[in-house]
Ligand binder design. Sequence first.
Ligand code: GDP
Length: 426
Amino acid sequence: MSNCVIVGINWGDEGKGRMVDLLTEDYDIVIRYQGGGNAGHTVVNEKGRFALHLLPSGIFREGVVNILGNGVALDPENLWAEMSEVMSKGISLTPGNLKISERASLLMPWHRKLDELEEARLADRKYGSTKQGIAPFYADKYRKKTVLAGELRDRGRFFDRLEELLEWNNLILTGVYGAKPYTKDDIGKWFDSFCSKIAPFVCDTGGFLENARSEGKSILMEAQLGALRDIDFGIYPYTTSSNTTAAYAPIGSGLPSLRPDEVIGVVKAYSTCVGEGPFVCEMSGEEASALREAGAEYGAKTGRPRRVGPIDTVATGYGVGVQGATCLALTKLDVLSYMKSIPVCSAYTVNGRKTGRFPFPADLGGALPVIEELPGWNCDITGARYWEELPQEAKRYVEFIEKAVGCPIKYVSVGPERDSIIIRDL
Ligand code: GDP
């Protein structure tokens, strides 16, 4: 039996969905363990191109059981929209291949509203929220002011609990923001339109996982976003509101006693970052546009153009450490094929001093990148399937990163398709 966690090493959008889609072949169970529908995994396979936000990426594999763990922000409206979309493309979703933890907390309609109102209040001081309600949701989860998915099984009990939550949230909506309060009727409609649809998938996933474990089933846990967005170890406050780190995977998945055998960290061959916050390696002007276009770097959820830059070995080395990565998957190497010489950030200077340590978040604003140039390969590498088929310069680039961040690169991805991958024998 082997258990594995797939995590992002940087700011998110590293191509985790693509790696999970590839690796699900070897696993019986795939679990999403944190975060909500505020980011997206893009998966391209023989069934089409899918932007997944909440559904685990194993959903396309027959025989794989997919679980939404207790650590996720369970948004019934978004989840049902995503399930409907996937089902409309011929993918079958049943309580057999999709299970929602009864311990997952519900993202309520007012969470999205509160997120929107707060971003509007902050105006140009905003954090760059995707306005999916994630921050208000996690705040409410930890102050115990939301409902567990298991409570959807009993409409009467759900509405008894709702009374107190409505009162509390309406006080904030009306008192702080001067917005319209929610009525029991609004929530009734929401319940009937979305919650009742997902309720048949809600079950005791903890019990299911304990059985599966005793039967020797293998488990893959997938994270959303990356190490630098972790609420505890990321670039606070420009983080997400949950733990994106591998250490949280057993908790958010529903098997707190599990010790993963492997942590695969996903890193893009260059840097991208969505939204606000410090981004030391940021490129600008034509150089940035060229890289953005080459890599089609636009948000999967929002369509926002992503900020781009050279690979940042300082941030990546930090991410590797925080995640406890046992190996790395380097994605989108093919995107760099157009560059004559490839910039890499090999260190920072902070207050005039060169350092390889990732600074405290508030000091990042004063950090400058130290850029080195490596030779490019200037040819199409999308057909390469073996390490030996890569040009010398591409191998050198991979080995440079490996050495700089202190972790072996086992997978090199050269295209979005499932089989566009080189798996190295390390
Ligand atoms: P995730 O949230 O970490 O899964 O990342 P995204 O889905 O936002 O970003 C990954 C994007 O890059 C998707 O559009 C993938 O189809 C695409 N992609 C992944 N790996 C590769 C690769 O090796 N080469 C190219 N050209 N595209 C890739």
